[in-house]
Every structure is written in C-alpha cells, then in structure tokens.
Design a protein around this ligand. Structure first.
Ligand code: AMP
Ligand code: MG
Length: 351
C-alpha cells in the first residue's frame, strides 16, 4: 500500500482538500490527521473492519480501546448512551478541546472499537482540520495516536510517516500539533468523575465544573504492577519509549547534574553513546556531547510540547543511554512525568 501525504494549512484550507480523505474514511480506510494534542490514526468508528485495521497498522493489543472523535453534540448521542449530568457538564465546558470523556456505549458501536468494553471514550477535538474532517465525512472517527504501538506519540506528520508509511492510506500533514501530549481521559460512566489519564485539562480545571473528582491510583504509581490495574487499558503498557535506555534522575538541581555527569562519564568510558534531556535553564550544567533541552521550566506547556519530539530525536541521534531530569514539580508536570515514567520503563533514581 502506498501512503499518500496530503499537505494542509490548518489556518486556511478549502473543503476540496479533504475530499480524498473523506472518501477513504467512508470506504473503511485509514487516515492519520493532526489534532491539538497528537496525530490520530483514524477510521470509521462504526465499521468493525476499519477499527481492526487500526489495531493491525499500529501493532496495538486488541484489548486497548480507541477514542471516538466527534464534531458535534449530536454525534455524542450517536455513540454514547446513559449520558450522565456530570459528563455532559464537562463536555459542554471543555469541548472542543483536549478532554476525552468515557460514557456507556450505544449498542451500535462495535466492540472492536471499544476493545470489548461496554463503555466508549469520546472526544471533540478543537483542531480545525480534525473537526472539518469529521464534519465533512460525516464519520465518527475512531482514532488512537498515529504511532506504532509502544513508540513515542507523533506530534508531526513526519513521525507518522516514520512509523506507519505503507500501512495506512493517507496522512494529512497539518504541521506540528500544539499541546504535544495526549488528551486527559475521565470516566463519566459512573456516579463519580475519575481521571484515568492526566493531560492538559487538569484536576483543578475539572473541579471548576463538577464537585468531586478522583484519580485512578494506577496513574500515579511509580512501580509497575503494584497490584493496581489501570482503568484505561492503554495505560498498563510500556509506552512512548525511545530505542535507547532512558533513566530519570530526581533530586535537587545540583545533585541531579552531578549524578548524571557521573553516569555519562561511566557509560562513555564503556564505549556507549549517551545523551542528556535537560531544560533551557539547566542545559549548561552537563558534561555530555549531546545535551538537549525539552523546554523551559518557566513555561510548563513548552515541556509538554517538547516531550515526544525529544524522545524521537534521541533515536535519530542513536543515543544508547539517555539521562533525563524530572519534571514533577508543576501542574502539567504530572502529565509529562506520567509519560516519561512509562518511556523509562519505570527506571527512576534519586540523586
Ligand atoms: P491513545 O489514543 O493511543 O492515547 O489511546 C486511547 C486511550 O484511551 C488508551 O489509553 C485507552 O486505554 C483509553 N480508553 C479508550 N476507551 C476507553 C474506555 N472505554 N475505558 C477506559 N479507557 C479507555
Ligand atoms: Mg497512544
């Protein structure tokens, strides 16, 4: 299969530019498209063959459900049933935007889209290309992130091409995504709102709309297993990982720099290629040939936006051992660290 690449300027494009993509979606094919979080790999959510193609293209375990992307509140009623008041309030406040909400699923939504679950994850993206693609095709688009399963999520069309060229029908290249980490996921199918995956929409933001919000204990866990099973099935897998071995070093700024410099020296002596993930403020503290800044500590959104780019860059550079600072001490930092810890396969040390 040849994967077509369709370039689109999100700030000014014509309906015709999405015609081919709409045709592909309506006939059960796969189109990767930009959203405000990461690139999604889309197929018709109501077509079980399309969703099974998504799993195959990504190499994704079949029990890991897809998020259904919609363009209007009418679409919500096509896919979800028993919509709770609290879930509806969150949808009204945060859609379109980077919040995924889980409801009971409509009978018609195939189990292959929901990984066998009786619930469905729904999101209305705010990205203009994503919304127009859903609206114009009339298709509710099931879409996980458009990367090979286990790899860092794609924040540019080039990342999608790297992972999925030859395996999907089309990539819409709308440039870089804005937020750079996946949507926050909340379960609104029960009596209480539960955060299943942290993201740009934080607990405090949710508490501005509903009275009670809890967090699935599995997402704060720093030890794999621990007897807790993540309620979002996707959160239990090793994820987002670069090819080299990533280690997160926590502690005071000077202790972290000291420890990382020692580790770099040791591994370089053994003949390995090492790299350091630092920030604009700290990058000068390291004695390593490759030191990359993920963003600025003064602007946590820049750290989220830099995360997947930097993890992929580590592969381009052929880094075998990667040492990273921790980004735990701010609001979005929780969402960044949640991904980092998985990328590091839970390898964290205290300096
Ligand atoms: P991705 O879009 O690749 O980030 O994957 C979608 C994420 O949503 C995965 O972590 C899934 O486990 C999660 N998810 C999708 N549907 C559900 C659901 N019905 N219940 C819980 N988690 C879900
Ligand atoms: Mg994913």
């Amino acid at each position: 299969m040849v994967t077509r690449v369709q370039k689109i300027n999100p700030d000014s494009f014509m309906a015709e530019e999405l015609e081919e993509a709409c045709k592909i979606l309506k006939s059960g094919g796969l189109v990767a498209f930009p959203t405000e979080t990461v690139y999604g790999l889309g197929g018709d959510a109501f077509n079980p063959l399309a969703s099974s193609k998504i799993y195959k293209a990504k190499g994704r375990p079949s029990d890991n459900p897809l998020i259904v992307h919609i363009a209007s509140m009418e679409d919500l009623y096509r896919v979800a049933d028993g919509i709770t008041d609290s879930g509806l309030k969150l949808a009204e406040k945060f859609w379109p935007g980077p919040l995924t909400i889980i409801f009971k699923k409509k009978e018609e939504v195939p189990l292959s889209t929901t990984g066998g679950l009786g619930t469905v994850a729904v999101r209305m993206p705010s990205h203009k290309v994503a919304r127009e693609l859903i609206r114009q095709s009339g298709v509710c688009i099931a879409a996980p992130s458009a990367n090979k399963s286990g790899r860092p999520s794609p924040v540019r069309a080039e990342h999608v091409i790297e992972d999925l060229a030859g395996r999907i029908d089309m990539v819409i290249d709308g440039g870089g995504t804005g937020i750079g980490i996946e949507s926050s996921i909340v379960d609104a199918s029960g009596s209480e709102i539960v955060i299943l995956r942290p993201g740009y929409i934080t607990k405090d933001m949710l508490l501005g709309v509903v009275d009670k919000v809890t967090t699935d204990p599995a997402i704060e866990s720093r030890i794999p297993g621990e007897g807790i099973t993540a309620k979002a099935p996707g959160m239990k897998y090793r994820h987002y990982a670069p090819e080299g071995e990533l280690l997160i070093v926590e502690g005071s700024q000077s202790a972290v720099a000291g420890r990382i410099n020692t580790l770099v020296e040791e591994k370089e002596k053994e003949g390995y290629k090492t790299a350091v993930i630092a920030t604009d403020e700290t990058k000068n503290l390291y004695k390593c040939k490759i030191v990359k800044s993920i963003g600025s500590r003064k602007n946590e959104a820049s750290i989220a936006a830099g995360l997947y780019d930097i993890l992929r860059e580590m592969d381009y550079l052929g880094a075998q051992y990667i040492y990273s600072e921790s980004f735990d001490n701010d609001i979005l930092g929780g969402a960044v660290m949640n991904r980092m810890i998985k990328a590091a396969a839970y390898h964290i040390v205290q300096a």
